[in-house]
Every structure is written in structure tokens, then in C-alpha cells.
Design a protein around this ligand. Sequence first.
Ligand code: NAI
Length: 460
Amino acid sequence: MKEYDVIVIGGGPGGYVCAIRCAQLGLKTAIIEGRETLGGTCLNVGCIPSKALLHASHSYHEATHNFEKMGLIVANPKIDFEKMHKYKNDVILQNTKGIEFLMKKNKIDWLKGWGQINNLNEVAIGSDIYNAKNIVIAAGSKPSSIPNVKIDENRIVSSTGALALSKIPKSMVVIGAGVIGLEMGSIYSRLGTDVTVIEYMDTITPGMDIEIAKSFHKILKKQGLKFIMGAAVQSAKGNKSKVSVVYKKDEVETSIEAEIVLVSTGREAFMDGLGFTNLGGELTNKGKIKTDSQWNTSIKGIYAIGDVISGPMLAHKAEDEGMAVAEVIAGKHGHINYNIIPGVIYTSPEVASVGQTEEQLKEAGVKYKIGKFSFMGNGRAKAVFQGDGFVKLLVDAKSDRILGCHLIGPAAGDLIHEICVAMEFGASAQDIALTCHAHPTFSEAMREAALACGDGAIHA
Ligand code: NAI
């Protein structure tokens, strides 16, 4: 029987990052992963492959819409979907192999198979038993569906199936206008699919700053995505060639047909065969593993991080928890500022946010100022046809301290980090406004929004 200081269950961004930090801190570490490759949902069937397809479909859109404007004459750009999948699969392979290399480099044993916690300090993979002083559950999440909609990954697909369709469908119904629905819907819409998104709420991406969500909605509609808002999907039934989706809006039931239906109504913790609840491990009322502020579960010596516990289901949140829990196990101080976790939607334009939304500030009775700046006033954005969108900075009315930032525009997912760092340092809008920003960059829009919190933006 092999003994470890730490066994991490799950090789996704939470698990592998945790394993690396444990090894760096001198702990004898193993990682358990049942997939053929490391990297979890994110690298295999999530963030990374979707970014490859978003990039490919965006490039196609540029070739068909903007190349000619720049004097680039490319006759009839065409799509070779099989080759696009090959490009996506190469990207996955490079990334997953990279993680395997990092495991070897850090002398972390990869125990292949699905782990089951049998006893305190004991994990089994089939008949092989491993001992560990500490166990970290980083088992991630799986797509969840709604009643009367059964995912078959053929005609009724989750994001996993949507990333692997054998041909570009003529029509697609997307159930749920959340992050997955809009990213995947954008990909197929750009490739020529007629995409209709059905959303239960009246605004897309519930929880997002409403002004940004409304602007995002407008941009997506301009791009050709169709929306049925305030409608609850009741059922989806498929045959060989199409799926019929029934939804209820204003008490009226209507049906719509499509070649493919994407179910993007959320994800749930993945705990199949894990054995945690058999040992009496406690769950939250939302079916996630209950943890305290130091990622201890209700069972001593077992920790949990990432999508299996509460909080946003984001790879970077899981990574941070992975590092922090490793520090805790090593007897150091592990800390995460959950108020400053950025969220990004990788459509084109991108959408990014951090901190409080305007609605949250209103509800909390906080007096705030808003600094806004449109990308139309940013020379670089205009030069590359990306003037759509704006930055919205929310700051304390009295102290000028930054409370939140929400933006839609080019490279929003990168720009947001200037504000994350500023918020970690307790910076004011004036701190950003007084910082020289290189010209011409998209980042000038961030400074202009900060200037708008004071005496005014220059290029507004
Ligand atoms: P989501 O929770 O973001 O959105 C689900 C949407 O479905 C909601 O707007 C909800 O109102 C709607 N809905 C639920 N039931 C419905 C019904 N019967 N009829 C119509 N609409 C209905 O879920 P999503 O997009 O599946 O994403 C799952 C998780 O994965 C999220 O936590 C997300 O943050 C994460 N993720 C993050 C990414 C990123 O950060 N870029 C990329 C992909 C996933």
C-alpha cells in the first residue's frame, strides 16, 4: 500500500494546481484522474476547446465581414469543419500533455482511474488501496438538465456534445442564456447556424450588472442570435432528424423545432462513486460539499475545492482554492478574497466583471458614483472594428474607492485584471486615472472610465 501526505481526487484546474502547490511545499502528493488525459472539464471539454472554436469562428467572421474593408481580398472563405475539430483537438492535446509534464516535473504520481474514499485516509481505485494523511476532493461538476429534457449528446447536447458535433447544424435551440449558451450559441451563429436562445428570465446572464447585460443582449441580437425571453422550456423530444422544444411564455405553450438542442441550464457537483456521502460527509441544500472557510469538509482530513463546493463554478476560482488549501495542509495560511473573483464571457466582444454590480450596491444602500466610457472613443478599438461596448466603473461616492467594474468590449477578459489588482490594493478611481496608460491600447478605456468618476473623461 502506497502512502502519501496528500491525495487529490480530480485532475482539473482545481486538482492539478493543488497537487503542484502541495509538491512545491514538500508534501508527497498523488493525483487521481479517471479520464484518459489530465485537465478536467476545462481542458478537455470546456474552457480550452470552446476558446479554440470561438477563435476559429471569430476569425471566419473577420474573413467574411472585415477583411475586405482592410483591403484583404480572400475569395469565398469556406469552413472545413473536420479540420476545425482537428485544430481544437490539437489545442486540447498540447494543454493536457503540458499538465502531464508538470505532474512529472513536480514528482506527483498520477494514479489512473476513478477514486473512491473508502475510509478516513484511504482511497481505492478498483482493488488498489492508497493511504493519505490528507484527501482533497476536486471532482468538479457535470451538466445538469431540466425535467423532460434528456441529454443524449446526439441531438440534445450539453456543452460536451456541442463541442463535438460532426457537422454544422442548420438550426439550434439553446436552452438558457447563461455563459455556456451564449458562448456556444455565438460559435454556431458565426458558422452559419440559425440560433434561437430560450431564456426563463427577462434578461440574459442573470446576476450580471443589468446595464451591461442589456447592452450585451443588443449586440448579440445585432450579430444574428434570436432570443425568446421570459419563457420556460417544458420539454424537448427528438427523432432522427430534429428536436421539438416546447416552451411556456405568458401561460401559452408553443413549440419550436431545431436540428440540435443545446441544454445550458447550469451544472451540478460531480460526486458519482466518490463515497463521500457514504462516510457521512455533509452536503449543502444545493447538493454541494459543505466546507468551512479553510476548505475542511465535515470529515476530518478531507478537504474539498472547486465546482463540488459552493461559489461560482469557475476554473480560476478552483485554482485559487487549490493553492490555498495546499497552504492550509502544509500548516501555512491559505486565503482567498471571494469578493474579487473576475467573471468573463468569451464571446466577441468579451464581457467581464468583478466586484459589486450597480443593483447590488443599490440593494445594500451604498452611495456610489459611476464612471463610464464607450469603446467608440478608443482609437485602437475603432481601428479594429471593435467600438461596440463600454466600461462601467463603480466607486464609493465619498472615498472614490473602487467597488466594482463591468465592461463589454475588446479584450475585456484581460482588461478586467487591472481593476482586480487595484481592488486588492484598495485603490481609488483616481489611482487608475493618475496612472499612465500606453497609447494606443484598449486599456485607455479603463483609465477614461476612471477619469469619468472625477472631472471627466478626455475622449468622451
Ligand atoms: P448558467 O447558470 O450560467 O445559466 C443557465 C441559464 O438557464 C439561466 O439563465 C437560467 O435562467 C436558464 N434556465 C434554467 N432553466 C430554464 C428553462 N427551463 N427554460 C429556459 N431557461 C432556463 O449555466 P450554464 O451556462 O449552463 O453554465 C454552467 C456553469 O459553467 C456556470 O456556473 C458558468 O459560470 C460556468 N461556465 C463558465 C464559463 C466562463 O467563465 N467563461 C464558461 C462555461 C461555463
